[in-house]
Design a protein around this ligand. Structure first.
Ligand code: FAD
Length: 552
C-alpha cells in the first residue's frame, strides 16, 4: 500500500487504507488467495480504494450483474433492480435465464455461450421480460472475468433497455420504406443528385428514362438543359441558384424522332452530417443534394406544337409564293439585263449617218427596256423584317421534318434523325432558318429521287463543337461532282435532271441566310455516294434586325 500514501486522500479514505493495511498484515484464516493477491496488486498499482469501485458499480446507470460460470446471479446493482423489477434478495441465486422471454431464438443463446466460453466478450440484443412480464429489448455485453490462469470464474453482464431506440429505428425504417415506395410508384421522374452530379437515389420513372436515353444519364441531360434554359448551375454555392420550379426543358430522345418535354422542379436538401466532430456545429447548407422532379409534358407540348405547325405551314406557303415570285422576277431582271447591256454597248459606239434610224430604234428599245426593268424592280416583293429570337435548331429541324412529312412519304425516303440530346440556343431568325432547312431537305429529297436507289435515306445530324452548331444534312442521292461544289451557289445555276420549279436561286438564298447568321455552308459531294451539306452556325452570334431576302 506504500504508493497509496503518496496520494492526497480525504480522512475517510485514509481510514479505509488503514483498515486494509491491518487486514493485510494479518488476514483471517480462509481468506481466498485471489483476494489477497488482488489487494496487494492494488497497492502496487496505485489503485483507488475498493469501496469506490463498489460504489461506482452500484451507482452506474447501466444494469450490471455478476454471475458464476453457469450464469447463476451473485450480484446485481441498483440499476438492474430498477430495470428488471426484481429486488436484489429475490434474484441473487437465480439464473440469468429468469429474464429470458421466449422471443429470443435459441441460436442467439448458443452463440452467446459459445463466445463467452471461449473467453471472448459477447455483445448483442435479447428480448427480456421484467418481473411483471413486460418485455423490453436489452442491449447486452457479457465479459468473462478471467483468473490469472486464464479461466473464467465469473461473468460480468451489463445491459440497458433500448426498446425506445428500437421503436424509433423501426419507425424510421418504416418511413424510409414508405417514402421509397411512394417515390418509386410516383409517375413523375424523381432523383436526388449530388453537387458532383452523381445520382444517389432515383425511382422507377427515372430508371425507365435511362433505358429510353440508351444509357445516357438522364440527370446529365436535365442539368445541361436547365443550364441552357435558366443558367442553372448545380455547383454554385448560392442556395437560391439551386431551387427552381416548373421549368420546361426539351430533350431529344435517341429512341424516337420526337423530342420529349419535361416540366422540372428542384429543391436543395442539405446533407445530414453524421460526423461526431460536427455534433456542436451549425448545419452546413452548402453540402447536400438536389431533389429533382420532372413531369413529362410531351403530349401537351405536342398538341401546342401541332397548332403552331399549322400556323407555320400557312406562313411558309405564303412565303413560298412570295419567294417564287421574287425568283421569277429576279430571273426576268437578270435575263432582261443582258440585251439591255448589248443595246447600251451598241449605242455607245459612234453611229454612221445611214444608220441614224437604227440608232433611234435602239434608243427607243433601251428606253422601253429601262421602263420594263423599273416596273420589274417595283414588282419585286419587298423583304419582310424578321426579329431575332432564341432558337433551338433541333426544334426547327423537327418542324421542318414534320412540314416535309408528306413529301418524304410520297418519295419513300427514310429520315435518320441524329440530334445532339441537348443543344444550346442560338440567337437567330426562325423563319429564315426554317426556310433554309426546308430548302436543303427538299433538295435532299430530290437528290435521292433522281438516284433511283431503292433505299432512299436522308440523315440529319446536329452537334456542338467549339461554340459552333454543326448541322449536317446528308443524302444517299445522286451526289455532287467536285467541279460543281462552288458553282451551285451561283445565281440561276441548276444542276437537276428534272429542274421543275427550280430557278437556280435557292442555294444562293440559302447561303445568304447562313452568312447573315454569321455562319458558313459547305458541300461534301461524294459522301456515301450522295451529298452532305455542312452548316456551321456560331452560338454567340447576337444577330439583329435584318431583312432576310431569301425566305420572306
Ligand atoms: P438455456 O438452456 O439456459 O440456454 C440456451 C442455450 O445456451 C443452450 O441450449 C446451450 O446451448 C447454451 N447454454 C446455456 N447455458 C450454458 C452453459 N452454462 N454453458 C454452455 N452453454 C450454455 N439471458 C437472457 O435471456 N437475458 C439476459 O439478460 C441474460 N443475461 C445474461 C448475463 C450473463 C452474465 C450470462 C452469463 C448469461 C446471461 N443470459 C441472459 C443467458 C442465460 O443464462 C440463458 O442462457 C438464456 O436466458 C437462455 O435460457 P434458457 O433457459 O432459455 O436456455
Amino acid at each position: 500500500m506504500g504508493n497509496m500514501e503518496k496520494q492526497n486522500l480525504n480522512p475517510e479514505s485514509e481510514l479505509e487504507i488503514e483498515a486494509f493495511r491491518s487486514f493485510l498484515s494479518s488476514p483471517p484464516d480462509g481468506t481466498p488467495r485471489e483476494l489477497l493477491d488482488f489487494f496487494s496488486a492494488m497497492g502496487e498499482h496505485n489503485l483507488l480504494p475498493p469501496s469506490l469501485f463498489l460504489e461506482t458499480v452500484e451507482q452506474a446507470p447501466v444494469a450490471i450483474s455478476i454471475t458464476d460460470p453457469e450464469a447463476s446471479i451473485l450480484y446485481v446493482n441498483s440499476a438492474f433492480e430498477q430495470l428488471t423489477g426484481y429486488a436484489r434478495d429475490e434474484i441473487i441465486g437465480a439464473n440469468e435465464s429468469i429474464l429470458s422471454s421466449n422471443s429470443t431464438p435459441s441460436s442467439v443463446y448458443q452463440e452467446l455461450w459459445q463466445t463467452i466460453k471461449d473467453n471472448r466478450v459477447w455483445k448483442g440484443k435479447l428480448v427480456n421480460h421484467r418481473k411483471d412480464k413486460r418485455e423490453y429489448l436489452a442491449e447486452l455485453t457479457i465479459s468473462p472475468v478471467l483468473r490469472a490462469d486464464g479461466e473464467a470464474n465469473y461473468f460480468l453482464g451489463m445491459h440497458r433497455d433500448i426498446t425506445a431506440m428500437h421503436q424509433l429505428e423501426q419507425r424510421l425504417k418504416f418511413q424510409q420504406t414508405l417514402t421509397e415506395a411512394a417515390i418509386n410508384a410516383a409517375p413523375m421522374v424523381v432523383a436526388m443528385i449530388s453537387a458532383k452530379r452523381k445520382v444517389v437515389l432515383d425511382n422507377m420513372a427515372y430508371k425507365a428514362l435511362q433505358g429510353d436515353f440508351r444509357g445516357v444519364e438522364p440527370a446529365e441531360l436535365f442539368l445541361d438543359s436547365l443550364h441552357q434554359e435558366i443558367g442553372f448551375d448545380l455547383g454554385s454555392p448560392e442556395k437560391k441558384q439551386k431551387e427552381f420550379e416548373n421549368i420546361e426543358v426539351c430533350i431529344e430522345s435517341l429512341s424516337s424522332t420526337s423530342p420529349r418535354w419535361f416540366a422540372c422542379s428542384g429543391a436543395w436538401v442539405a446533407k445530414v452530417d453524421e460526423e461526431a466532430q460536427s455534433f456542436f456545429k451549425a448545419p452546413n447548407n452548402d453540402s447536400g443534394f438536389l431533389l429533382f422532379i420532372a413531369n413529362e409534358i410531351t403530349a401537351q407540348r405536342q398538341r401546342v406544337n401541332e397548332a403552331r405547325l399549322n400556323m407555320i405551314r400557312a406562313n411558309m406557303t405564303e412565303q413560298q409564293m412570295v419567294q417564287t415570285m421574287r425568283e421569277a422576277i429576279s430571273a426576268s431582271i437578270y435575263k432582261l439585263q443582258v440585251p439591255l447591256n448589248v443595246i447600251k454597248a451598241a449605242l455607245a459606239m459612234p453611229a454612221p449617218e445611214h444608220q441614224c434610224s437604227l440608232h433611234a430604234t435602239l434608243q427607243q428599245a433601251l428606253e422601253s427596256g429601262d421602263d420594263a426593268m423599273e416596273s420589274l424592280h417595283a414588282a419585286l416583293p419587298s423583304p419582310t423584317l424578321e426579329q431575332t429570337a432564341n432558337i433551338n435548331i433541333n426544334e426547327i429541324l423537327h418542324e421542318v421534318i414534320k412540314l416535309s412529312t408528306d413529301k418524304l412519304l410520297a418519295s419513300g425516303v427514310i429520315v435518320d434523325w441524329r440530334p445532339a440530346p441537348v443543344l444550346p440556343c442560338l440567337n437567330g431568325r426562325a423563319n429564315a432558318l426554317r426556310g433554309l432547312f426546308k430548302y436543303l431537305i427538299d433538295n435532299a429529297i430530290q437528290a435521292v429521287k433522281e438516284s433511283e436507289l431503292s433505299d432512299k435515306e436522308i440523315r440529319l445530324d446536329t452537334r456542338v463543337i467549339n461554340q459552333e452548331l454543326i448541322i449536317e444534312v446528308m443524302d444517299n442521292g445522286i451526289g455532287l461532282p467536285n467541279s460543281m461544289r462552288i458553282k451551285v451557289f451561283e445565281p440561276f445555276f441548276c444542276g437537276w435532271q428534272q429542274a421543275g420549279e427550280h430557278s437556280g436561286m435557292g442555294l444562293t438564298m440559302a447561303q445568304e441566310v447562313v452568312i447573315n447568321h454569321g455562319g458558313s455552308m459547305e458541300f461534301d459531294g461524294g459522301f456515301l455516294g450522295g451529298c452532305r451539306v455542312f452548316i456551321r452556325l456560331p452560338i454567340n452570334d447576337t444577330g439583329g434586325e435584318y431583312a432576310d431576302e431569301s425566305t420572306q
